[in-house]
Design a protein around this ligand. Structure first.
Ligand code: CP
Length: 303
């Protein structure tokens, strides 16, 4: 039985197979409409979500399966003190596969150890968000045609942004990727990631000015300042509008640079940018359904 805790749980060859399947699903939806007949997905979300939970649920329903779950720890027996281990043992008898989001780093791993069904990490604290990474990789591969040979700028909250940490882990396995980390000092990328890049001799630089590096980028991955991970509200208020991507800044970019964002956005991308053909973040959210459909089929060994 396979689980998904980190994007590194799949080899690049396995990811290639997953992305081909996701593209086939996108183009031949009817072919997969009954692939999961009789199967049940449990979505156990101890933390808020729109895209991840609903795209998982949409994915299972589009495959012909059904969905159970909770979207708030307060409406589950976690509110009475039940452990994640006990919850997953019980859910193993109710569902065939489980997607779990939890505010504590490592909670889905604890669930995985006791689970009798595949568990998917749908985001654990500031640690990892592997299915967002699968979505990001599928978007880049589909819209850019390749997962190699580009300069990517990651901008905003690089300290707490789990999507950024997962994406870097995944991208270092591809050739000729140049990373530019754009953040204020307080929200810099964690040291362990810098150490990993140094050990692998992967080119990177850290800057605070988005304007300065904009012309170099093939991809700009914007992120929200993660309010829920701040200990101090004053710091959040000071940093939340540090970067705002607007049409003026977009004029500095290459004509084929893509803007990605895991969403939700707050202020970091002006709505005026939505009409720019380089704004790919809503298409990215749509790819999230196809890649989760492919993932469910793969983990249930139905692909
Ligand atoms: N990208 C993402 O994880 O969005 P949600 O928090 O809405 O699931």
């Amino acid at each position: 039985m396979r689980h998904l805790m980190s994007p590194l749980d799949f080899t690049t060859e396995e990811l290639e197979k997953l992305f081909c399947l996701a593209n086939d699903i996108e183009n031949n939806k009817e072919k997969y409409a009954h692939a999961c007949d009789g199967k049940i997905l449990a979505t156990c979300f101890y933390e808020p979500s729109t895209r991840t939970r609903l795209s998982f649920e949409s994915a299972m329903i589009r495959l012909g399966g059904q969905v159970i779950g909770f979207s708030d720890a307060g409406s589950s027996s976690a509110a009475k003190g039940e452990s994640v281990s006990d919850t997953i043992r019980v859910i193993s008898g109710y569902a065939d596969i489980c997607a779990m989001r939890h505010p504590k780093e490592g909670a889905p791993m604890v669930a995985m150890e006791k689970s009798l069904i595949p568990v998917i990490n749908a985001g654990d604290g500031g640690h990892q968000h592997p299915t967002q990474t699968l979505t990001d990789l599928l978007t880049i591969r589909s819209l850019k045609g390749s997962l190699s040979g580009f300069t990517i700028g990651l901008c905003g909250d690089l300290k707490f942004g789990r999507t950024v940490h997962s994406l870097i882990d995944a991208l270092v396995r591809y050739d000729n990727i140049n990373f530019i980390f754009i953040s204020p000092d307080e929200l810099k990328i964690p040291d362990y990631i810098i150490e990993m890049l140094k050990n692998k001799n992967i080119p990177y630089k850290e800057v605070s000015s988005l304007d300065e590096v904009m012309p170099q980028l093939d991809l700009l991955y914007m992120t929200r300042v993660q309010k829920e991970r701040f200990f101090n509200e004053e710091d959040y208020i000071r940093l939340k509008n540090y970067y705002i991507l607007d049409t003026e800044k977009m004029q500095l970019a290459k004509p084929d640079m893509l803007v990605l964002h895991p969403l939700p956005r707050v202020n970091e991308i002006s709505v005026e940018v939505d009409n720019d053909p380089r704004a790919a973040y809503f298409k990215q959210a749509e790819y999230g359904v196809y890649v989760r459909m492919a993932l469910i089929l793969t983990l249930l060994e139905l692909a």
